[in-house]
Ligand binder design. Structure first.
Ligand SMILES: Cc1cc2nc3c(=O)[nH]c(=O)nc-3n(C[C@H](O)[C@H](O)[C@H](O)COP(=O)(O)O)c2cc1C
Length: 377
C-alpha cells in the first residue's frame, strides 16, 4: 500500500508541476475563481467525488487527534481566506483535509478592497502570495442560511471578522459586527476563530489594543457556547509585548486557543525577493511568514505553559514544516499557500510524512509530539 501512495504522490506532483505554469497564466483571483468551479463540479457528483478520493485522500490512525473536545481525523486543515463564502465543504474531506476554517465572514456583506481581479499577486521565487482582498464575502447571514442544514464530514471552523466597509473605527459597532457572525453560526460548525488580525482593512487592527480586546472578549463571554471552542487569530508582525498582552487577555477570558499567525506585512519582513513585489499594498503569505509564525508558536506555547490550543499556520509546504510547528507547540496546522504552490496532493503527502516523522521519534499520536522540541522552561 505504501508503494501505491508513493507512486500516487509522485504522479500528482509531476502532473501539478506540468499544469501549474498554465494556471499561473491567470491572475491569482481569476485562477482561484476558475479552480473553485472545478472543485464545486467534482464535489457535486459521485464520479467527481470518487476521483477526488482516489487522487488525494489519505488516512492513518496515528493522525487522529481530539482538541477541545472536537475529533479530527488528521491535524492538517484549510486556513481561513481560501473559502471566503463557505462553498467547497464537500470537497475538503475527500482532498484529505482534517478540518477547514471558512471565511473570514463579516457581519454585513463585504465587497472587499477595490480592484476586483487584481487583489492577489504570486511571488513564485519567494513562495508567497501578496494578498489585498480586504475580507470580501457574502456576509454572515446569507452564508449561514446556505450552510444551515449541511452535514459536514470534517470539523468546520467559522472565522469571524469585522466588516471592512468603513475607515472609521467604532468600538461598539465593531463588536456588534463580530457578534452578528457568531450568532448567525450558533448551530453551524465546530469552532469559532475571531480574526483580529486582517492586515488589509481600512481601520487597521484596533483589537491589538488591550482595552478594545477586553471589551470584545467581554461581549463574546456572554454568547460563548459550552461545546464550541473559541480561538483568536493573531497578526504576524507584533512586538513581544503586544503578543503577551493579547495572550494574557485571552487567558483571562478563557479563550480556548490561538491561531498563529495571519499574513506578514512586506515592510516588516525581509524574507522575500524585493523585485517580485509589484504592488504597494497587501501582506504576504507562505515562506516569508513561515519562520515568524513558528517563532510566535514557540513563544506562545511557553507563555501559556502549553495549556491552551495553538493552531499553527504560515508557510507549511511539507511534512517537515508541519512537524516543526507541531513540535514547537501547535496542536493543529492550517495552510493555503502550500496547496497553491505544491498542488492539492500536498495535504495527503504532509499527512503521510507526519506518520513517518511520528514513528521516527517514537510517538504513537500527534498529542505526544506537540511541544516536544520546545520543553517548558
Ligand atoms: C488568498 C488569501 C486570503 C486570506 N484571507 C484571510 C481571511 O479572510 N481571514 C484570515 O484569518 N486569514 C486570511 N488569510 C491568511 C491565511 O489564513 C494564513 O494565515 C496565511 O496565509 C498563512 O498561511 P499560508 O502560508 O499557509 O498561506 C488569507 C491568506 C490568503 C493566501
Amino acid at each position: 500500500m505504501k508503494l501505491i501512495y508513493v507512486l500516487r504522490g509522485q504522479i500528482n506532483y509531476w502532473f501539478y508541476r506540468a499544469i501549474r505554469p498554465l494556471i499561473f497564466l491567470w491572475s491569482g483571483e481569476e485562477a482561484h475563481n476558475k479552480l473553485k468551479k472545478v472543485g464545486l463540479l467534482l464535489a457535486s457528483n459521485f464520479l467527481g467525488r470518487s476521483i477526488l478520493r482516489v487522487l488525494f485522500y489519505y488516512q492513518h490512525k496515528s493522525l487522529n487527534t481530539t482538541v477541545d473536545g472536537v475529533k479530527y481525523d488528521n491535524p492538517i486543515g484549510l486556513s481561513a481566506g481560501f473559502d471566503k463564502d463557505g462553498e467547497l465543504t464537500d470537497a475538503y474531506p475527500l482532498m484529505g483535509f482534517g478540518f477547514a476554517e471558512l471565511g473570514s465572514f463579516t457581519g454585513d456583506v463585504c465587497p472587499g478592497n477595490p480592484g476586483v481581479g487584481r487583489r492577489l499577486f504570486r511571488l513564485v521565487k519567494s513562495k508567497s502570495i501578496l494578498v489585498w482582498y480586504g475580507l470580501n464575502n457574502q456576509g454572515a447571514q446569507a452564508i449561514a442560511k446556505r450552510l444551515k442544514d449541511k452535514k459536514f464530514k470534517i470539523p468546520i471552523g467559522i472565522s469571524a471578522a469585522k466588516t471592512n466597509n468603513f475607515a472609521d473605527f467604532d468600538l461598539q459597532d465593531s463588536i456588534d459586527d463580530y457578534l452578528k457572525t457568531v450568532n448567525a453560526f450558533t448551530d453551524i460548525g465546530h469552532y469559532y476563530t475571531i480574526n483580529i488580525s486582517c492586515p488589509n482593512t481600512q481601520d487597521g487592527e484596533p483589537f491589538v489594543d488591550k482595552k478594545n480586546l477586553n471589551t470584545l472578549l467581554d461581549a463574546l463571554d456572554q454568547v460563548k457556547q459550552e461545546t464550541k471552542p473559541v480561538y483568536v487569530k493573531m497578526a504576524a508582525d507584533l512586538e513581544e509585548g503586544e503578543i503577551n498582552t493579547i495572550v494574557d487577555t485571552c487567558l483571562k477570558h478563557k479563550i480556548d486557543g490561538l491561531v498563529l499567525t495571519n499574513l506578514t506585512k512586506p515592510s516588516m519582513n525581509n524574507e522575500y525577493l524585493k523585485e517580485e513585489l509589484t504592488f504597494d499594498k497587501g501582506a504576504l503569505s507562505g515562506l516569508p511568514v513561515q519562520r515568524i509564525s513558528t517563532k510566535v508558536v514557540r513563544h506562545v506555547y511557553q507563555r501559556t505553559r502549553g495549556k491552551i490550543t495553538i493552531i499553527g499556520v504560515g508557510g507549511v509546504f511539507s511534512a517537515d514544516d508541519a512537524y516543526e510547528k507541531i513540535t514547537s507547540g501547535a496542536n493543529l496546522i492550517e495552510l493555503i499557500t502550500g496547496m497553491i504552490f505544491e498542488g492539492p496532493q500536498v495535504i495527503g503527502e504532509i499527512n503521510r510524512g507526519l506518520v513517518d516523522l511520528l514513528k521516527k521519534d517514537g510517538f504513537s499520536s500527534i498529542e505526544q509530539a506537540v511541544g516536544s522540541r520546545n520543553p517548558l522552561l
